[in-house]
Design a protein around this ligand. Sequence first.
Ligand code: B1M
Length: 212
Amino acid sequence: MANLLEEIQEGVINGQAPRVKELTQTALDQGMGPQTVLNEGLVPAMAVVGEKFQKGEFFISEMMISARAMYSGLNLVKPLLLSQKAESKGKAVVATVQGDLHDIGKNLVCMMMEGGGYEVVDLGVNATPDKFVAAVKEHRPDFVMMSALLTTTMANMGKTIQALSDNGLRANLKIGIGGAPVTQRFADSIGADFYAADAGEAVTKANMLISK
Ligand code: B1M
């Protein structure tokens, strides 16, 4: 079983979408849990891809091909995570912030929140503060969750919180942030209600806050 997870990782790193799809299906057929496939196979592979990019061993094209391979496995895991869904506990507006096109982590947050029993409004990537404001006015969510993968786009999380405050929408909202460069300290500095290191923690923290 451990070998299968290593092979999934290798498949993602090497950008082999059909192989990752096949290996993911085999792992699930053999009874491996969808969370294990996700957290020990698909997700860690992307960290290796990032290291390779940083060292100049991978270019953007390779990062994109790896992302596509990751999605070929993720698409098989997704319905299984969602089937554990319970009745709606609350609503979350989720997006990757302005200037940022990374969507894998954001999609995992959407998936885990849905699987955890929340209604999710996914605004996609490159979401401007105005887009968040409009979505909060329209959907009246309990949570706003923002993702940023670039140090240059993290500042747009603070700008979004400011825009929500300026529009009188901050008081009834719980705002959570995450993404590779984001930290608890940064969350505190911009006045977010919580930081989550991964999508599972986003659900745990949402559960803690919704019951308060
Ligand atoms: Co880009 N990229 N990328 N990239 N990319 C990174 C982020 C980078 C760290 C790579 C590196 O240099 N090592 C680097 C950023 C450096 C920095 O700012 N410090 C980088 C760069 C530089 C860039 C470009 C600028 C490259 C260029 O054009 N020169 C460019 C920017 C484009 C843009 O956004 N404007 C770019 C482009 C791309 C691709 C399009 C090729 C592709 C994205 C494809 C896609 O998303 N569909 C891509 C990829 C794949 C990566 C890496 C390799 C992988 C990201 C990923 O999907 N990780 C990444 C390296 C890395 O992160 N180590 C890298 C897996 C994912 C599951 O993790 O998103 O962190 P993550 O989500 C986690 C947690 O962070 C958390 O939950 C998830 C796990 O459960 N989480 C949340 C995320 N959001 C949350 C929100 C929450 C809570 C938790 O709310 C409450």
